[in-house]
Design a protein around this ligand. Structure first.
Ligand code: GLN
Length: 547
């Protein structure tokens, strides 16, 4: 029978609940268990696909085309279990399903209520992951205890031990212990209040993970244990990591978290195998080189808007023992200032995905600068579309070339609406989404990087490279390096005469892992490093850190 771990959060949001849940998943997998990860989001949107990155951060896309919360990115980077549309439910989806059932008459004769109908629907979505091959389902509840909209989710998970036996369920609660400078003391009261609130709902946490900026020591964790009715050894401090989020699992092992979980849930687990992971963390802490990569985007001040892009750059850095210094540049800045000034000293330029025309001209100027100055360039989705527009305008001489997303009357719509998108009216979940096969052109930089002829990558877009212009581009030196298997859709372009200029219509950042960097990110960072070494002064001079 599958066991269930529920991860809740209290005191404040942004505690890194997703990261901690993913780390727990990793530790259990590395003890030989089969784990499934799930996130329940209390907001009313059916999925985050229609939300602004300012509101929500990145929309993370799965193979099956689900548009999900960015925490699922952490899950895929830390664990290996399959994720699909059942891995992320929102209040919107739960209510939609219940209301559709009500309309079909499935509750005939009954008043449809939050308890039991909504809570039953939530429980069903959790229990659906507990298939016979799964040892542990880890379900993270979004938001913070005390939020009105989170209540049905907490009520549902409160009921689960009654349904499947309390020996099969475990509650882990994450809180914050702030350090008050004026009092020169760490404060446990917010944690006490948060656990009181949770116990008021009927949930007694088995383990408390307290996030802190600096170590708080046994005295404080023992006090928390006493006031929160939790065993002393089950109060674990998780101190901010100095170098990288990938150190989180190591910190949790030091406090014996994996063993605590295995004992409490009577899991028949093997020994923890972390040697290769410890080596990775050692590499992360001891880079030999560094490069500076400019990321030019529209939501650049929001740290989570391009989450997987930044993580993938880091993964490629780990592969080359190179520290990645990201220079985040607001695209509109490039419309006000010379690209030479803003992009001075960079070793590579990356333009990520996006929607809408704000900042497009700045992105195009940045790409022109990178193409002409032979700076490694990587375009992702909208970044690829901008590279195509730039090439059309400045190499093919089609001065007004544009995407029909940004200009409906351009004489040269080198990027145009996908055929299948033309009749679409509903905005939610209707883009070209999820894993699509792509055939690579032999001999291209991309084919060499992947060392494959056919690949599968995840998509999220409505526009495409206009096939009418293919010949013009190829003749002028922009190689079509990958297409859909029927040859109809251009998925990858590159420039053979440039040191490294690759742009893809899909999102490679959704398939990169810390120990398995994506081949294109790896190739991009290798090219950036080469440029840096040619210019001299890439070797790190800082002190070497041991793990
Ligand atoms: N806005 C573009 C399109 O819909 C690019 C999308 C993206 O970058 N994800 O095609």
């Amino acid at each position: 029978m599958s066991r269930h771990i529920f991860v809740t959060g209290g005191v404040v949001s942004s505690l890194g609940k997703g990261l901690t849940s993913a780390s727990i998943g990793m530790l259990l997998e590395r003890r030989g268990l089969t784990v499934r990860m799930q996130k329940l989001d209390p907001y009313l949107n059916v999925d985050p696909g229609t939300m602004s990155p300012y509101q929500h951060g990145e929309v993370y896309v799965l193979d099956d085309g689900s548009e999900t919360d960015l925490d699922l990115g952490h899950y895929e980077r830390f664990t290996s279990g399959t994720l699909n549309r059942h891995s992320n439910y929102t209040t919107g989806q739960i209510y939609l399903s219940v209301i559709e059932k009500e309309r079909r008459g499935e509750y005939l004769g009954h008043t449809v209520q939050v308890v039991p109908h909504i809570t039953d629907e939530i429980k069903a979505s959790i229990l659906s992951l507990a298939t016979p091959d799964v040892d542990v389902v880890i379900t993270e509840i979004g938001g913070t205890v005390g939020d009105i909209e989170g209540l049905p989710f907490l009520e549902a998970i409160r009921q689960i031990p009654l349904d499947i036996g309390k020996e099969n369920v475990m509650f882990i609660h994450l809180t914050l212990v702030p350090y008050l400078k004026a009092a020169r003391e760490a404060k446990t009261k917010p944690t006490q209040h948060s656990v009181q609130q949770l116990r008021g709902i009927g949930i007694q946490p088995d383990i408390l993970i307290v996030r802190t900026e600096r170590p708080i020591g046994r005295e404080h964790t023992d006090k928390i244990a006493l006031f929160c009715n939790v065993e002393k050894k089950a109060v674990i401090e998780e101190v901010d990591k100095e170098f990288s989020i990938y150190e989180v699992p190591i910190g949790l092992i030091e406090h014996g978290l994996d063993e605590l979980i295995c004992q409490k849930l009577h899991l028949n687990a093997g020994p923890l195998k972390m040697d290769d992971y410890r080596q990775l963390v050692h590499r992360i802490r001891n880079p030999r080189n560094e490069v500076t990569i400019a990321v030019v985007g529209k939501y650049i001040e929001h740290r989570d808007a391009y989450k997987s892009i930044y993580e993938s750059l880091d993964h490629a850095g780990f592969a080359h023992s190179t520290q990645i210094n990201v220079k985040r540049i607001e695209a509109e800045e490039l419309e006000r200032q010379e690209p030479e000034l803003l992009l001075k000293g960079i070793d590579g330029l990356l333009i990520p995905g996006g929607f809408g025309m704000r900042g497009i001209e700045g992105k195009i100027q940045a790409i022109q600068f990178a193409r002409e100055a032979e700076i490694p360039f990587f375009g992702v989705c909208l970044g690829m579309q901008c590279a195509v527009i730039e090439f059309a305008r400045h190499v093919l001489g089609l001065a007004d070339a544009n995407s029909s997303e940004f200009s409906s009357d351009t004489p040269h719509a080198v990027i145009c609406l996908l055929e299948g998108q033309k009749g679409i009216r509903y905005k939610g979940g209707t883009m070209r989404l999820g894993a699509q096969p792509c055939v690579l052109t032999p001999g291209t930089r991309t084919a060499t990087a992947y060392n494959a002829t056919e690949i599968s990558e995840r998509h999220r877009h409505r526009y495409e490279f206009n096939p009418d212009y293919r010949k013009q581009f190829s003749d002028a030196g922009m190689t079509i390096a990958g297409t859909s298997p029927d040859g109809g859709l251009v998925e990858i372009v590159e420039l053979a005469t440039h040191p490294w200029f690759v742009a893809v219509q899909y999102h490679p950042e959704f398939k990169s892992q810390p120990h398995n960097a994506h081949p294109l990110f790896k190739g991009f960072i290798e090219a950036a490093l080469k440029r840096r070494l040619q210019r001299g002064s890439s070797i790190m001079t800082g002190t070497v850190q041991s793990e």
